[in-house]
Write a protein that binds this ligand. Structure first.
Ligand code: SF4
Length: 376
């Protein structure tokens, strides 16, 4: 790990902290989170050790963004979050304009307390402005709770609201309600995700219907003046999520906690998703990776393109050439240019149609990059 600091590309990083606990699981959840809270304290002690270890590997680094996600950070004792932030503040140098985001399930009391941690961005998981849907997927809040949490957050922070389209029990009316929420509250930032449906789950609506709803929601939000700066993310007045931009631009960030991942220079890692293992290894003073690798040129190129094309700004071709000297997007994508891809001011990006069909276009783009490497 001594080589970590020399692997860095930038002088500042993003820092992600995973809080893998939820009092109850939502039916659609794919995240690593646990409902047994008996090891919460031990988990945080391990997390604090991990923070300490990384601060030793990166003694001069500045932290530009902190993102606390989960799980449900709002479900754990507040004091543990407070001590976590103090530890980060003590051991790392934060940039003056650092962005500090905490994900919350709508809870007014919890949001109020974030103000005292210097949190300046709150991401609220509403998911659907429809009580019946929330109940069906076992969310633990009502639409009313969301409104209260939103007002509390708005008074001191930038606010993101998360929506999911495609939840069981959803109808056209749900999307109309969602649109109305955005129209009325005008959050600084909105994320709209499309739930991947698993056919066998009862109550899931047909894909095409869901895709149409998604498109309608997206168009409505754009018509309100939101900038679709990433496939699923929309911002008013340049209120982009600086932390997530680090992921999409394939920049440097570290992830701490169970199942969290990082990217530093060419290093890519993912921590163990196993709680016991995470706690016990950190007790012994060791980091606990499930995956740790140094990307070769091809892997780094593929990641940079795949993530970068998700952004409306696209991906800097010069950056791609720094990874793969002879990278020639004109030759490689000649038949996609115009309809699905375009090149503007040195950036390769998706066209409007490419954005709409992003899953298919991105898969095609990555296949071509892999084939290109065969002929190197
Ligand atoms: S609150 Fe989030 S992490 Fe927790 S179960 Fe629900 S979707 Fe999963």
């Amino acid at each position: 790990m001594e080589s970590v600091s020399s692997a860095l590309v930038s002088e500042s990083i993003g820092l992600y902290l995973h809080v893998p606990f939820c009092k109850r699981r939502c039916t659609y959840c794919d995240f690593v989170s646990f409902t047994d809270f008996s090891q919460v304290k031990e988990y945080f002690e391990a997390l604090w050790r991990e923070i300490e270890l990384w601060s030793r590997f990166l003694p001069t680094i500045r932290v530009e963004t902190i993102y606390v996600g989960g799980g449900s950070p709002s479900d754990v004792p507040f004091e543990l979050l407070e001590r976590t932030f103090l530890r980060v503040q003590d051991l790392f140098v934060l940039t003056e304009d650092f962005e500090f985001t905490v994900e919350v399930n709508p809870s007014c009391e919890f949001v109020e307390r974030l103000r005292f941690l210097n949190v300046n961005r709150v991401s609220i998981g509403l998911q659907a402005a429809d009580e019946a849907v929330l109940e069906r997927v076992k969310r633990r809040h009502s639409v009313g709770d969301f409104f209260k949490a939103f007002e509390a957050a708005k008074s001191f922070a930038k606010v993101n609201v998360d929506f999911i389209v495609g939840l069981p029990g959803e109808s056209d009316r749900t999307i109309e309600n969602d649109v109305r929420v955005v129209e009325t509250l005008r959050p600084d930032h909105v994320s709209i995700y499309l739930l991947e449906t698993h056919e066998e789950e009862p109550g899931n609506v047909v894909n095409e219907v869901v895709e149409n709803r998604y498109e309608r929601f997206v168009e409505a939000v754009k018509a309100m003046g939101y900038d679709r700066y990433e496939i699923s993310n929309f911002a008013l007045d340049n209120s982009f999520c600086k932390h997530n931009l680090k992921y999409w631009r394939n920049q440097d960030y570290i992830g701490l906690g169970v199942a969290a991942g990082g990217h530093l220079g060419r290093i890519r890692y993912v921590n163990s998703p196993r709680l016991e293992e995470y706690i016990s290894k950190l007790k012994e003073g060791d980091l606990v990776f499930d995956y740790f690798s140094r990307n070769d040129d091809l892997q780094e190129l593929k990641e940079t393109i795949f993530m970068g094309l998700r952004l409306s700004e696209g991906v800097n071709i010069e950056k791609l050439r720094q990874i793969w000297g002879k990278f020639d997007p004109y030759e490689l994508f000649h038949d996609l240019l115009g309809e699905f891809l375009e090149i503007e001011d040195g950036f390769l990006k998706l066209t409007k149609r490419g954005f709409d069909l992003s899953a298919r276009v991105l898969a095609d783009v990555i296949d071509r990059v892999s084939l290109m490497a065969v002929g190197r």
